[in-house]
Structure formats: structure tokens, C-alpha cells
Design a binder for this molecule. Sequence first.
Ligand SMILES: Nc1ncnc2c1ncn2[C@@H]1O[C@H](COP(=O)(O)OP(=O)(O)O)[C@@H](O)[C@H]1O
Ligand SMILES: O=C(OP(=O)(O)O)[C@H](O)COP(=O)(O)O
Length: 402
Amino acid sequence: MNTIDFLNFSGKKALIRVDFNVPLDDHFNITDDNRMVGAVPTIEKILKDGGSVILMSHLGRPKDGPDDKYSLRHIVKHLAILLNRDVHFAPDCIGEDAIAKSKALKSGEVLLLENLRFYKEEEKGDEAFAKKLAQLGDVYVNDAFGTAHRAHASTAIIAKFFPDAKYFGYLMAGELANAEKILNHAERPFTAIMGGAKVSDKILLIEKLLEKVDNLIIGGGMAYTFAKAQGGQIGTSLCEDDKMALALELMEKAKQKKVNLILPVDTIIADAFSPDAKTAVVKTGTIPSDWMGLDIGPETAKLFSEVIKNSKTILWNGPMGVFEMDKFEVGTKAVAVAVVEATKNGAFSLIGGGDSAAAVSKFGFEDQVSYVSTGGGALLEYMEGKELPGVKAIYHSGSGPE
Ligand SMILES: Nc1ncnc2c1ncn2[C@@H]1O[C@H](COP(=O)(O)OP(=O)(O)O)[C@@H](O)[C@H]1O
Ligand SMILES: O=C(OP(=O)(O)O)[C@H](O)COP(=O)(O)O
């Protein structure tokens, strides 16, 4: 793999695509800086070599040109703290000012460009826009794993302009190596834990995992589609009626493949989707008509935990309940505790997905699992077996713009 270790960056200007699409609160404080922290080793290696760094990223999904709400200027201060040095900022990612600021960069200096998505050309994968960005550096580095599933100007198209000078950053390389380890070198027993809101988001991954895992645990909102498909009463719980047949098919496939598919046996129900809702515990499939399931129940937490603790490889994607509300975090926390315990006993645990990562950090366990991925959609697509445009662009050995 063509990582930045193949080059001494002394005297070079490295144009790095990072994924600094971090969550911000109403006061523009960063609520989870995992993605920024993840890019630091790449930046530091280049600076240590004697190179300079131009960072480019998107933030959010601005609809209509520049919008202060999505400005990357909000993260400059925090980036300076993480890098322990000043960070210059260019309020337009292309144009004369960005070119001048990039030219003026001295060895060891860092420039952050304004949000790439302030130009619609970014998401369109516009080649002329990519060319303008390419003028800003001598070498292109892609370290934006979280955005590697997008074929955008800065993540994929731009690589054409660096046929002999394009590299993977350390975060990208680490993410790919860990995903690879899970998919192709998993020690057994291998347990996948799937949760989150919808079955439809994760069908392809579930199908793929049925070829690989010993245990497949399904919790969270998606479990109610399985419960209803089996004839259970689920009240007003989340359900995708059009995926019920598929849920039964997946159960049948698991049986054929001798995969232990484990579904919740009980559930915590609420009379409203609210932190102050009235709650009760009932058996799966017995939810009264105007109640909804918002977490797995205590029997289920015990059942899932036992399986997890006896695993040697664990992939976790999606929370077990609405963990954002303290009343419905118990199941997700129990699973997190079991993953931590298994990891302590030598298992390899990979946490993927924005909300699963947020849950693990809410409980303060991020340093007690093997790896927390910075990718949501990107990790899912990679694990489903899709080629990521951001990865392909670096591997492709084209000889210049087509
Ligand atoms: N029983 C449930 N009812 C409604 N929402 C749920 C339920 N269980 C989990 N969720 C929600 O699912 C969301 C996470 O889903 P998803 O985006 O698929 O996870 P991830 O980002 O980890 O892949 C969380 O916001 C959580 O509140
Ligand atoms: O947050 C991201 O993806 P994720 O929500 O799948 O983790 C990436 O920064 C990609 O953003 P996008 O989904 O707006 O292209």
C-alpha cells in the first residue's frame, strides 16, 4: 500500500484530504473530535520530515454556497491545540488567496482551507475544480476514510493530477487494515453485533457477515422488524414492513449457514419517545398497541453479553436502543461493557458507525476497545465488499488527467 512512509516530505507541500466533518453543538464546540485526532499522526509525520501541510475537508451538507454555520473556521482553534502549533486559515478553498497562502507556507506550517462543499463542484466530482485544488500542493495525501465512499473532487478526482505523488495517510491505512482483519483474518468465535435504527441500512452487510461470523446479534430498532415478521406485537416501535420478508429470509439463511442468530427476548418499552416516558419491561413480541420498544431488556442484555464475552473477534455496528436518552442507554451500555471485557481477555473489537462510536465515548470506553472506526457509511460500504472511490483513486496507476 502506497502510504506516506514511502516519501520524505522535506521541502514538499502536502495537500491532505482529511475528514474533519465533526459534530458541533449550538455554540460551535466540537462534541466528538475522534476524526481530527485520527488525522494527527499523518500531519505530524509530514511536518517532522520538514514538509508543510494544506488541509482540505468538508463540514456538514451545506445546500447553497458559503454558510457560516458550516465554516471550518470553527475548528481552527481546536486543530491548533491538537497540533500544538498555529494553523493558518484560507476563507476560500480555491482562488488567489488560497494559492498565495499555500505558496507562503514554510516548512512545518499548516494551512486549513474553507469547507470544500461551499462549491457544488466538490460533490459533483468536477474535474476543473479538482484541478484548481491540485494547484495548492506538490503531493496529494488521502486520509479521509470517513468520506472515502464518495467520488468527490477532493476525495477521488483530484488524484489524477498527482499520478506519481499520491499516498494514503496513516488513518486511511489503519482503517483499511482493521477492516481487512475483521473480514479475512478473524479469530473464532467471531461475533457481529448489529443495531441502530433500520434494517434497510445494513441488509448488505448482514448478508455478507452471514458468510463469515459464528454469532450474529441483532438489537436496536431493527430488531422489531424481525419480531413483527415472526408474528409478534410491536406496538408503535420502529418497523420496516417492506423488510419483514427479508428478515425471515435472513433468519433462514443463518440457519443454513449454521450461524447463531440471536434476537432480543425482552424489551424496554415506553409510552412516548421521550426521556420522561413511562417505561416497562415485556417479552419480545408482546408490546401493547400504543407503546414502543426503545431498548433491549435485561434478559437480552445478559444473553448478548454472554455470547460477546466468549468471542475472540467482535464487530459492533449500531446501538441497542435510544442510548442518547439515559433511560434507554442500559442495553447499549451492557453490550459495551461486555465488549470491553472480551477485549481485556484478548479479543479484537472493532466499533464502526457514528452512533456506535458516540455511544462508546458517552460511556468513556473508547480506549478499552481495540479500534473505533472514524467511518460510518464508508466502513459499511467497504465491509459490504464495495470498492471505495477514495481508495481506488490512490491505487489506480493512471499517468495524468484523462
Ligand atoms: N429501538 C429504537 N427505536 C428508535 N430508535 C432507535 C432504537 N434503537 C436505536 N435507535 C437509534 O438508532 C440510531 C443509530 O442508528 P444507526 O445510524 O443505524 O447507527 P450507527 O450510526 O452506529 O450505524 C440512534 O440514534 C438510536 O437512537
Ligand atoms: O460523516 C460522514 O459519513 P457518516 O455519517 O457515514 O459517518 C462523512 O463525513 C461523509 O459525509 P456525507 O455523508 O455528508 O458525504
